[in-house]
Design a protein around this ligand. Structure first.
Ligand code: UDP
Length: 484
């Protein structure tokens, strides 16, 4: 650890983070790692090899365990083999994968943690994100303090908590259109709460995966959340009281810190980010619409056609992420309409993956057509860019509701996959026009800038998220370490 001193108040801090191998899980946890390292911790970022292979390949990481200096601390990767066969015919059976990862993780994590102790780096705290609640059990069995990083909004946390504990009525097969009233929240319509909780959801396996954490909520000493007090204060205070442990808001974790370039460049993308910044540089301010549906959503081909034709009609410049297909999915790759690329020429750029935070921070941004994943939501709020909300499922529908009706930073394009509707090209073009130039455009941009400012204040010295992070680190430093 040359040049680094992973101590806080004279104590060595080693936070061992375990991530579910999804892009939306890895990004916020790694960002939290960067912050903890900046404050003086040694951070080991651990995930199954399924993620390791993509992360190494797409981010030019040649030596996982080499610590990258970050502020007063450092970050290193450590991947474990989850023994999953990605070539087997049932490789996209999510339930089976979760069970396999758990079996492998319960055996391998304690071994890795013992090795750290033997090497003189005993683990001070285990931090995990959702879908892998068994990490809390591992922490408990080794008497290591545990914290969970919740990577969605507090609104969604509350919805899952109230559902899991049967505290408020949710729609049933008999009453599918019932609205949901959660404490300290606006009324959510039947298609506005996290829809894994709806009886019609085809994603029951994801509901079960996420609720697992709520069965284990008595183990973590606190819940860290990638959100900020300024956008959901009442709800955060309320839920902290309800769960009987602190909810510490530490977001937006995507906000850049003043760190060494090597640490800033440390990414864990599952796809190679294409350089599109030079192209954005060539565009005038506020004239480019950025389009991305995150790392999982796969739109119907008809919808892709309509978006393309809507863009062609609107004559704006656009940067559009059209992702390659995941290897385990049996989907058809998207194709763009015949002649589309020739027609739009230099006005449009298609990439397979972008450096999204950099893109959103670029002066050329006019608006973001987003599927409203929580990371994308925090990233766009932190950038002050107006939104075209195109949610599909899960928490995306709730995030869209908040962005449009509560934060008022954009307009809605659809209500989610459940609508079963293809948004036609003229609607794509008219919503785009309305967000960028319509009568409400000024108000929307002013709101977006207001939240950007709030995000900056939250992470700046003495801001709410900054103070919560300090508090968490002090807490970790205060734990009496047992040899693990
Ligand atoms: N992302 C990116 N480049 C892209 C598309 C997405 O870096 O071209 C990142 C994005 O910045 C975000 C994450 O991938 O951090 C996606 O997470 P989100 O919660 O928005 O959606 P999910 O993929 O989990 O549905």
């Amino acid at each position: 650890m040359a040049g680094n001193n992973n101590t806080l108040r004279g104590k060595n801090i080693h936070t061992f983070m375990v991530s579910f191998p999804g892009q939306g899980h890895v990004n916020p946890l790694l960002r939290l790692g960067r912050r903890l390292a900046a404050l003086g911790a040694l951070v080991t970022f651990c995930a199954p090899e399924a993620a390791g292979a993509s992360i190494r390949k797409n981010n030019s990481i040649t030596d996982d365990s080499r610590p990258t200096p970050c502020g007063r601390g450092a970050i290193r990767f450590q991947f474990f083999d989850d023994d999953w066969d990605f070539n087997s015919p049932s490789c996209d059976d999510f339930r089976a994968y979760l069970a396999q990862m758990e079996a492998a993780g319960r055996e391998k994590l304690p071994e890795l943690i013992h090795k750290e102790a033997e090497a003189g780096r005993p683990v001070s705290c285990l931090i995990n994100n959702p879908f892998i609640p068994w990490v809390s059990d591992v922490a408990e069995s080794l008497s290591i303090p545990n914290a969970v990083l919740w990577i969605q909004s507090c609104a969604c946390f509350s919805a899952y908590y109230h559902y899991h504990n049967g505290l408020v009525p949710f729609p049933t097969a008999q009453e599918p259109e019932m609205d949901v009233q959660l404490p300290r929240m606006p009324l959510l319509r039947h298609d506005e709460f996290p829809d894994f909780l709806h009886p019609r959801s085809p994603y029951v396996f994801l509901r079960d995966a996420i609720l697992g954490q709520f069965r284990n909520l008595t183990i973590p000493s606190c819940v860290l959340m990638d959100t900020l007090d300024e956008i959901e204060r009442d709800n955060i205070e309320y839920m902290s009281r309800v769960i009987g442990r602190p909810i510490r808001t530490v977001g937006p974790l995507c906000k850049e810190l003043d760190l060494e370039s090597e640490c800033k460049a440390l990414r864990a993308d599952f796809f190679k980010a294409e350089d599109c910044i030079e192209w954005l540089d060539s565009k005038p301010p506020r004239l480019v619409v950025y389009i991305s549906f995150g790392s999982v959503v796969h739109l119907r081909q008809e919808q892709v056609d309509e978006i393309a034709n809507g863009l062609a009609e609107s004559e704006v410049s656009f940067l559009w992420v059209v992702r390659p297909l995941p290897r385990e999915k049996n989907w058809k790759p998207h194709v763009l309409p015949d002649g589309f690329l020739d027609m739009v020429g230099e006005r449009g750029r298609i990439v397979q993956w972008s450096p999204q935070e950099e893109v959103l921070a670029h002066l050329s941004m006019a608006c973001f057509m987003t599927h409203c994943g929580w990371n994308s939501t925090m990233e766009v709020l932190a950038s002050g860019v107006p939104v075209m909300a195109f949610p599909q499922w899960g928490d995306q529908v709730t995030n869209a509701k908040f962005m449009v009706d509560v934060f008022k930073v954009g307009l809605r394009m659809c209500r989610g996959e459940v609508e079963g509707r293809v948004v036609p090209r003229d609607e794509v073009a008219s919503v785009l026009e309305a967000v960028v130039r319509g009568p409400r455009a000024k108000e929307i941009r002013a709101n977006a800038l207001k939240w950007k400012k709030a995000a900056e204040t939250a992470v700046a010295e003495r801001g709410s998220s900054y103070m919560n992070m300090q508090c968490f680190v002090e807490e970790v430093a205060s734990f009496d370490l047992v040899p693990n």
